[in-house]
Design a protein around this ligand. Sequence first.
Ligand SMILES: Nc1ncnc2c1ncn2[C@@H]1O[C@H](COP(=O)(O)OP(=O)(O)OP(=O)(O)O)[C@@H](O)[C@H]1O
Length: 237
Amino acid sequence: MLQISHLTHRFGSKVAVDDLTLAVPAGSITGFIGHNGAGKSTTLRSVAGILPFTAGTVTVEGHDVRADPIAAKKVMAFLPDSPDLYDFMTGQDFLGFVADLFRIPGPERRARIARYAQAYGLEEELGDVIGSYSHGMKQKLALISAFMRRPRLLLLDEPFVGLDPVAAHTLKGHLRRLCDDGGSVLFSTHVLEVAQALCDDLAIIRRGRLVVSGPTAQVTGDSSLEEVFLELQESAR
Ligand SMILES: Nc1ncnc2c1ncn2[C@@H]1O[C@H](COP(=O)(O)OP(=O)(O)OP(=O)(O)O)[C@@H](O)[C@H]1O
């Protein structure tokens, strides 16, 4: 589904992502773990096609993100940690705009918007302008816009930060369903308990380099992910 090969990104002389190779298979929720500044957001933004990375290749369902960005972007959705939405639009207008962009036909878009708005408890606010939304409400709107597109690959940067517990629970269910339907999820998080409980696979990055990846049970063994993570940090000192 997603193949990242030898991805490198430099900001000037700073190497943010260093020769990173990672595959996310169909059906996998993969957790992307790492310290502050490890390179998670840079990797996700590179995969999403919004950051022109320095070197390497990224393909999504066989579509090269650089050579064929439109085909790649059609099959994936990306949720940044602070979604930058149009404050002057209402939530409803924004979802209509996204549905137009991705050519979701009228009856289907109405059904999907109604379904996801209800799931995230945002129906009553869809008529309000986005500028009046809280951080969590903006996140919910961004989630609705992503799920409504039925992406094959969903990339999320710290999706659980700021979501209320009900929405967080709903999101976990939606991520699982997307993968049960053959899609894939790659998300970054600092909440290691959530990652361990939810993820089929884990990838741990340190200073731009991938240090461990594989099925969750294999990465953690008999330990908690927190123990594994702390040990890796300690051994790298
Ligand atoms: N626009 C930028 N210009 C210069 N350096 C940047 C820029 N964005 C990120 N970096 C640097 O790249 C490195 C990786 O940053 P990145 O945001 O990818 O980390 P992260 O793992 O997502 O961190 P966090 O967990 O804190 O969100 C850091 O050293 C950061 O300072």
